[in-house]
Design a binder for this molecule. Structure first.
Ligand code: ZN
Length: 199
């Protein structure tokens, strides 16, 4: 079964551990890498190690960041009275690409899933509630995915925030069921944002 041994085998094995990379892709990438100039391979490896070491979470919104605050939170032109709650930094990136949303974000890093044993304390929900206490927020837009977990999370957050008097809205469900936000085109995202409803 093992065609490659030693270094090549290990390289294919490591690449195959990445998401979306099956055995064939891993083999293709491995051959590509060993045919690359050595300095380019070094640069790739250095970039990976450096990114892993230096990238951390924004202390305010939990987006990925090189510094204490992410570029969105550092930008003085952003409307800090509107917070959009998303599941992952990839969802945040999808909305940022539209260049139409002017508020700030809060990244939960997951969604509540009783089936998988992920409860409210396993996502960055407490941090959101602290922000709502400390900051002057007028609206929380819940943009979790249109999945069972995303809906459960939206309902949970809405119940938590309602008593504070802060407006809570949910993006319109023009988003395909089960579809991750990052795969949805910008027009659909903007329509979902514009058509948001009160919770
Ligand atoms: Zn931030």
């Amino acid at each position: 079964m093992e065609i490659y041994s030693g270094q090549m085998g290990r390289l294919i094995e490591q690449l195959g551990k990445l998401p979306g990379i099956g055995p064939k892709s891993a083999q293709r990438l491995a051959f590509h890498i060993i045919n690359m100039p050595e300095d380019q391979v070094q640069h790739l490896a250095d970039t990976i190690v450096s990114a892993r070491k230096k990238i951390r979470y924004c202390s305010k919104c939990w987006n990925l960041s090189d510094e204490e605050l992410c570029p969105v939170c550092r930008n003085p032109r952003r409307d800090t009275k509107t917070i959009m709650v998303v599941e992952t930094p990839r969802d945040l990136a999808a909305y940022e690409k539209t260049q139409k949303y002017e508020g700030v974000y809060h990244v939960l890093h997951g969604a509540i899933s009783p089936m998988l044993g992920i409860g409210p304390s396993d996502i960055r929900l407490k941090e959101l509630m602290v922000r709502l206490q400390d900051e002057d927020v007028e609206e929380v837009i819940i943009a979790t995915n249109n999945t069972l977990e995303g809906e459960t999370t939206a309902m949970y957050i809405s119940k938590l925030i309602k008593p504070t008097g802060i407006r809570v809205t949910r993006i319109a469900s023009g988003v395909p069921v089960g579809g991750d936000l990052e795969y949805i085109d910008e027009v659909t995202l903007l329509r979902a944002l514009d058509g948001r409803t009160e919770l």
